[in-house]
Design a protein around this ligand. Structure first.
Ligand code: GDP
Ligand code: IMO
Ligand code: MG
Length: 423
């Protein structure tokens, strides 16, 4: 068996949580491979709306295993709260949630360092979610980090104190003295709580599942344009959000990757700072934000909105080897008379279809215009009910990217999904 991967092709919040939940019945195991509580993955079913941060989005299906892989970073305080919320909804996580020994821990002082670093950047701040993600991955690559498996060691307290000391001296350089003792108390409670879960060598577990013929879906967090290598650096997150991240974040070989589901919104959003070529600062942008309820699931910040960007999408498809596309939030465009799609960038009269290196570069998007469909799509459940304008929009995207759109999502609920090409 192979591992299928589902990941975001834009700047995150493409609807990964919803789609993983929709696809989970086809799989035995759902595994998160990177990111941490900077992610907010929303699911809706039976009038319940739920946001997950660290726990994989297959958790609401009994008898499916959910693995938090080695590439993920975990804040025990947030993890505990998250588990308690899910447990309230009647889900038994003790059986179905497995955590990698090699996943790194976000310390209270990592959160403080994130805040200090952002404050020091002033106007050029990244717009981090302030969950301590950057400093935790820095300690991972700097070979200083603490891992979930370390909590089981008798030296854990000593290791914690050493790392905290290091962080305190860094915070001193920033002249930043945050009060973290309350959070630290909750953190140690969270660590004890975390230890009550099944902590595993997840690379062996995943490869054993594959050997047993079990179907595994890897769930990405953030999106390709926030990738540490290929996103609009430095306005990115600190992990590899791309398909290759599923190999390093789970311990699966590249030749074990099967389908790559690339998910994108029918338009674009971005939360936090950084370039966004098709951003609309006008009434149209405000309408997209209103119709799409575009507020961050983790921070509540308003998301910046703009038209679909094919230059960026083509780049993302290339980097990830996407085999199947999923378009979400098509319904958000239901009331637009004209829908625009960016097909190139114009930089001082020079056209390019390449995703730029320079985040300072100024260029104007070149748009194609499409007729809107002006009908309510939220109740559609079959492609043969689609208005011809929506089909034209989808056909254009498929032709430009050279891969099929397999699913279209027309609302936040689990039921609001259409598989294309179904009889
Ligand atoms: P994720 O981070 O990729 O899982 O996405 P988020 O959960 O952060 O943001 C997606 C938002 O859009 C959530 O509020 C979802 O409930 C909602 N959503 C997902 N798919 C659709 C859709 O097809 N239409 C509409 N209107 N909302 C959707
Ligand atoms: P999901 O998984 C959207 C953004 C932040 C910031 C940048 C760096 O829900 O799609 P970080 O806290 O990672 O250091 O922030 O990345 N960001 C996200 N934007 N969706 C996310 O996750 C994000 N996770 C981080 O806003 O610009
Ligand atoms: Mg999100």
């Amino acid at each position: 068996m192979k591992v299928d991967v589902l990941l975001g092709l834009q700047w995150g919040d493409e609807g990964k949580g919803k789609i993983v939940d929709v696809l989970t019945p086809k799989y035995d195991v759902i595994a998160r491979f990177q990111g941490g509580p900077n992610a907010g993955h929303s699911l809706e079913f039976n009038e319940i709306k739920h946001v997950l941060h660290t726990i994989p989005s297959g958790i609401f299906h009994p008898d499916k295993k959910n693995v938090i892989g080695n590439g993920v970073v975990i804040d025990p305080v947030i993890f505990k709260k998250e588990v308690e919320e899910v447990t309230k909804l009647g889900v038994d996580l003790t059986k179905n949630l497995l955590i990698s020994k090699k996943a790194h821990l976000i310390l209270p002082s990592h959160r403080a360092l994130d805040a200090a670093s952002e404050a020091a950047k002033g106007n050029s701040k990244i717009g981090s979610t302030l969950k301590g993600i950057g400093p935790t991955y820095m300690d991972k690559t700097g070979r200083n980090g603490l891992r979930v498996g370390d909590t089981l060691s008798p030296n854990f307290m000593e290791k914690y104190k050493q790392l905290k000391e290091k962080h305190n001296s860094l915070l001193g350089m920033y002249d930043f003295k945050p009060e973290i003792s309350d959070y630290e108390k909750q953190w140690f409670e969270g660590v004890e709580f975390l230890k009550s879960f099944t902590i595993i060598d997840s690379e062996y577990a995943i490869n054993n599942y594959l050997a047993e013929g079990k179907a595994v879906l890897a769930e990405g967090a953030q999106g390709t344009l926030l990738d540490i290598d290929f996103g609009s650096y430095p306005f990115v997150t600190s992990s590899n959000t791309i398909c290759a991240g599923a190999c390093t974040g789970l311990g699966v070989a590249p030749n074990r990757i099967g389908e790559v589901f690339g998910i994108f919104k029918a338009y674009c959003t971005r939360v936090g700072s950084g370039p966004f070529p098709t951003e609309l600062s006008d009434d149209t942008g405000a309408k997209l934000q209103k119709c799409g309820h575009e507020f961050g699931a983790t921070t509540g910040r308003p998301r910046r909105c703009g038209w679909l960007d094919m230059v960026a999408l083509k780049y993302s498809v290339m980097i990830n080897g996407v085999t199947s596309l999923i378009m979400t939030k098509a319904d958000v465009l239901d009331t637009f008379d004209t829908i625009k799609v960016c097909v190139a960038y114009n930089q001082d009269g020079k056209m390019t279809e390449l995703f730029p290196f320079d985040t300072e570069a100024k260029f104007d998007p070149v748009y194609l215009e499409f007729d809107g469909w002006n009908i309510d799509t939220t109740k559609l459940r079959h492609q043969n009910e689609f208005p011809e304008e929506l089909n034209a929009y989808i056909n254009f995207i498929e032709e430009e990217l050279g891969i099929p759109v397999q699913y279209v999502s027309v609302g936040p609920d689990r039921e609001q999904i259409i598989e294309l090409g179904e009889e």
